[in-house]
Ligand binder design. Sequence first.
Ligand code: IDP
Ligand code: MG
Length: 140
Amino acid sequence: MKDKTFAIIKPDAVNKGYTGKIYDRILKADFNIIGAKLLHMTPKIAKEFYSVHKEKPFFNDLIHFMTSGPSMVLALQKENAVQSWRNTIGATNPEKAAKDTIRKDFASNVQENAVHGSDSDENAQKEIAFFFIDSELLSN
Ligand code: IDP
Ligand code: MG
């Protein structure tokens, strides 16, 4: 069983029509998409998902942004998925993101940064379970 990570194509990127282009990057980086759905986060869902950041000065703005329109949530599978996806998306701030990363190419700023990626295997598992039930995930 290969490693998994959790990704979001955030409302800025969905709104700008980048979903297909970001899918291309995912597939070119050899991830298998094992779960995918389009949803519009409620404040309750966004606050719970980002609860680790609840004391941060940007928390309220982040919730406003994440609930501003539809997002695409994804479960991705690949060897070393968490680190590999973080490498594919680049730094949180697109100004600091490496060349050819998703955030470098599609993000607007440090908040509206196009995509999410889990930061550990433990969080990847929690985040996938937060958005998907087992029957919505491919297993192999
Ligand atoms: P990550 O998404 O690269 O893991 P985190 O530090 O976990 O970055 O922050 C979660 C999200 O909160 C970021 O992706 C971004 O949308 C937003 N964010 C992080 N830092 C800032 C900031 O300094 N100002 C505004 N928004 C931020
Ligand atoms: Mg994070």
